[in-house]
Design a protein around this ligand. Structure first.
Ligand code: G3I
Length: 452
């Protein structure tokens, strides 16, 4: 009889009770049998890489990981041949795409090796639809390429693609007032911190977006219980606190976003205009500069190519600022556009109006609707080609401006199904560079071709 006694040191001790032949050491001396990890989990699967994690074994000195291209482990993949790993996970890279790999792990304690774990298999991703897998930041040599991110998506395949493609991040909504200052006197920078920390860890810049925006103003600010002077003091405190916190870490801020009303050229009738008067934008720019003398200050708005009245009004304000020495460094065209417009020539001439003023130009929120007329239920090849052409035009225009006015071209999200446009318009669309399965689209190729 050979009862097994489990103890907590990652070993199984077999005790020979009846002490007959061959069953164990004489005199009941224990036979130590090391445990191997019991589960292996694959994540971050890409075309050339993945991550493997395994269950820990208590007392393990380290683990040995072997990866092979055959299930007998005859053809191991260098350097993963009994590779020593002290933690319980390993990032595996430099693999072939569309290839099946076999992984096993064993435990080492005091120079004793366990049996191997069960074998885990994984197949690396293929290159989808023949679109070339060329990283945007590798071909954009004279400006940063950015993406809108959420703190909850800085992991897995999102992070893998982000780190491969982009060198600039914009927070999609977590660096706005309603998230960072939800209650009076009570700041919450947890999500903003996560994004800024991630960017720093991965050598990316952060474009701050957006300190003041009528559509992301917390209700306590909308219904502020205090005098106009107290309101202004509160806004100054918020801008000073926020910009100081990220001083030297956030390279630029959209200070006031979308201050102008559509079509009229008037300032939008926001609570900031009502409480502080028309000088509120100037004051917000000045408080930003005071809190971080080196930060780049942007004004950012939508329909800047198509709404001539709004663009001219916003640029007139920039002219006043430049004339009066009010800080402003750049101008953001959001670029929420469609496959069928605006035309390249309109984009070009609107861009020229910004660089004529010697301001930096940011194409700050690019997405290209493929289904503005709601005539498609799935993205056709023809429409994908048309979308690609528009993306290529946008990038060609941006790349063609003089280098000293370039800042970044930022895409507003990663995968089609994550775009704000789906909820906003309540209809199907595919406005981004990756499809819902993380596959590269023709639109991505259009971006790349514009820079090659
Ligand atoms: O409030 C909850 C938050 O507590 C929670 O953690 C989160 C979890 O998903 O949901 C939050 O609501 C989010 C909301 O912003 C907060 O304000 C929504 O999910 C989120 O989708 C939402 O929309 C964002 C919107 O701005 C408002 O901030 C969009 O994602 C973002 O794409 C959109 O971006 C704007 C630009 O900033 C300015 N230009 C236009 C563009 C599109 O509207």
């Amino acid at each position: 009889m050979m009862p097994r006694l489990f103890i907590s040191l990652g070993v199984v001790i077999s005790i020979c009770i009846s002490c007959d032949e061959g069953g164990g050491m004489s005199g009941g001396e224990p036979v130590i049998e090391l445990l191997a990890p019991t589960t292996l989990t694959i994540s971050n699967l890409g075309q050339n890489s993945f991550r493997v994690e395994w269950s820990s074994v208590t007392g393990a000195d380290f683990y040995e990981v072997t990866i092979a291209s055959d299930d007998l482990f005859d053809n191991t993949v260098s350097p993963y041949n009994e590779l020593r790993e002290n933690s319980t996970g390993l990032n595996v890279s430099n693999l072939e795409m569309s290839t099946e790999y076999f992984i096993r792990v064993r435990t080492v304690i005091d120079d004793q090796r366990s049996d191997y774990s069960i074998t885990q298999t994984v197949t690396t991703l293929s290159e989808p639809d023949g679109e070339p897998d060329i990283a945007l930041k590798e071909v954009a040599t004279t400006f940063k390429v950015g993406m809108a991110v959420r703190a909850s998506r800085l992991n897995g395949l999102h992070a893998q693609i982000l780190e491969k493609e982009y060198n600039s991040l914009t927070s999609e909504f977590e660096m706005k007032m309603n998230i960072m200052y939800p209650r009076q006197g009570d700041y919450d920078f947890s999500k903003a911190d996560a994004i800024v920390n991630y960017a720093e860890e991965h050598g990316m810049q952060v474009h701050g977006h957006a300190l003041i925006w009528h559509a992301a103003t917390p209700s306590w600010v909308e219904n502020f219980a205090g005098t106009d002077q107290e309101f202004e003091d509160m806004v100054k405190d918020y801008i000073t606190t926020t910009v100081s916190r990220y001083r030297g870490r956030v390279v630029s801020w959209d200070v006031v976003n979308e201050a102008f009303a559509d079509g009229s050229g008037n300032l939008r009738n926001s609570v900031f205009l009502q409480r502080m008067g028309p000088d509120y934008i100037k004051k917000c720019h000045e408080w930003t500069r005071a809190a971080d003398p080196d930060v780049l200050i942007f004004y950012n708005d939508y329909n800047m190519v198509t709404d001539d009245t709004k663009r001219k009004a916003a640029l007139s304000l920039m002219d006043e600022f430049i004339r009066d020495g009010v800080p402003v460094d750049g101008f953001g065209f959001q670029m929420h556009i469609a496959y069928n417009g605006p035309s390249r020539s309109r984009i070009q001439s609107a861009a020229n109006e910004v660089i004529d003023r010697e301001l930096l130009l940011h194409f700050s929120e690019l997405d290209v609707r493929a289904n503005p007329g709601n005539d498609l239920s799935s993205l056709t090849d023809t429409r994908a080609e048309a979308q690609k052409k528009k993306v290529k035009e946008v990038v060609e225009v941006y790349n063609g401006i003089p280098d000293q006015y370039k800042f970044a071209l930022t895409v507003w999200g990663l995968r089609d199904d994550e775009s704000w446009l789906l909820d906003f318009w309540g209809q199907a669309d595919w406005p981004l560079l990756y499809d819902k399965n993380f596959a590269l689209k023709k639109a991505h190729t259009g971006f790349v071709e514009a820079l090659q």
